[in-house]
Write a protein that binds this ligand. Sequence first.
Ligand code: GRF
Length: 221
Amino acid sequence: MAGRRTAVLISGSGSNLQALIDACEAGRCAAEMALVVSNRADAFGLERARRHGIAAEVVDHRGFASREAFEAALDAVLRQAGIELVCLAGFMRVLTSGFVEAWRDRLLNIHPSLLPAFPGLDTHARALRAGSRVHGCTVHLVRPTLDDGPILVQGVVPVLADDAVASLAARVLEVEHRCYPLALDLVARGAVRIDGDRVTLPRDARTLVLHPELADHAFQP
Ligand code: GRF
């Protein structure tokens, strides 16, 4: 059975896009990667899409007079392609509530922190400054408030004593690549019951990814 037609919105490298493509190709995710849209023509993720025979489009925000006009064009591209689900994966444009509500409960995002800690930018530097012992990522349904919305899957990594932003970001990215396919699979399979801003998942759903190095630093009574 073909999976739910899914678009991935990117602005850059697209390593999460790659993880989604790989999971779908391996049959680990019940979605069909149908379209990749970037707001930047130089995003490497577009090349990843082409390599896998996935339609790729550029909708450059700079060509539009307003955020609403940009989003109308984006929305048209998605609808023309018969898209059912949309994944934001390093898409560096803030979306207005108009777009978010139009795709309500069909729009997912990955954020590089354990929400509700550290919404917004520079999450790794902020986690280091705060002295957090754990850090990670969150895949959630998108609501109009930035980096807010019902949580689907989280990935947890240890913060190590000698970490810098780059080493911590790389460790978080490892769990990001595990979390996004899990979350999209749950939504695509219809396994997520959404009731306003609460989600209910099956008891046996895998919704937590632990980085292997966590165990080395944890006290387990
Ligand atoms: C990831 O850290 C993601 O959490 C954030 O932007 C980054 C995108 O990386 N939203 P990539 O383009 O998927 O490699």
